[in-house]
Design a protein around this ligand. Sequence first.
Ligand code: ADP
Ligand code: MN
Length: 367
Amino acid sequence: NIDPASLCVFTDAAAGHEGVLSDPSGEIVVKPCTPAEVAFYESARQSHPDLAAYMPLFMGTLQLSSSQDASTTAPSSNGAAPPLPPTAAPLELDETRRLHGKKLQTDQCIVLENVAGSFKKPNILDLKLGARLWDDSARPDKRARLDKVAATTTSSPLGFRIAGMRTWQGQGAKDPTAQDEKLKGLVTLNEATEYWVYNKIYGRTFNEQNVIQGFTNYILPPKFGPRRTKAELERASECLKQFIADVKNIQEIFERNETRMVSSSLLLVYEGDAEAFDAAKKILENAPSKSNSVEDRDGEDDDEEEDEEDEDDDDEDEPPKLATVKLIDFAHAKWARGQGPDENVLKGVRSTVKVLTELMTKVNDDL
Ligand code: ADP
Ligand code: MN
């Protein structure tokens, strides 16, 4: 049930255009979209459940307009997602302008699950996939510009680049650029939220050889203080294990599907609040199985404890998550039946598995 007048700026975006909104609960994102993106979400939901499982839950579309007639439309399929009833109060265009800082180019928005919504302090990494970053509708100048960005970043050699990220630095978070000159112009401290926000230039500073350092700042945010504790390294290792399992699943899905995605992203999210992380881990250990985003755990149950405590007194509550990976941004995505797997995207997905695995090895060596 969305009241457009209650929508506010979504503050957890790691990259991309302005204009993403959220609701007061923080459980959804409302994002300006293209018809192609809506069509892709609908078809994935209807006929590609394996891929849809790694996409944010699609909840419908929302028309934000100047003519005071905001309304929602439920997905036009089998109704597995709850329909969104029409809303009462409209979001006026003036207010839209004020919220966005710039005029919306489209009134058509897509309503999605906020995949970071269930985390207390989500640390978010947006990996833009593809060495080729333009689709056939792009004009020559745009192709040339994007090819140049790809050639001078990891996009070309690895098939992905870090498009943006944000990490919670905790109480007393310091200005990153005061600690490390090299971060000037790449990272800013948001004092209110205690997050470091890495801009799109950050990811462009890395090459094939050193991109692992870009990930290290994500998975083990710098503290400029005491050495890493064992607990910190263990959390990082656990997150990486889940990320790798998820991205490997995503790789398999792309290997047996025929898509053409241009500038879609892998969105990695993990719990950045150590206490919340440990609490979630404890709950998951006492109630394993279906809850986890990692489907096939690799048979390690040495940590499992027999616990008589019955945790499921509240069936409504989603199990907590330590980490999750989703595919996002389908503004230029389509199906390509008969044309084979999406090698442009697969290259980036495979490189991501490789870099995450290298990083996990490093973290485990330090343990
Ligand atoms: P664009 O890049 O075209 O502006 P994206 O779909 O990539 O649009 O969204 C921009 C940013 O918003 C992403 O980098 C991500 O951090 C955030 N975002 C988008 N969709 C979701 C979602 N469903 N849940 C959480 N965050 C999202
Ligand atoms: Mn994007």
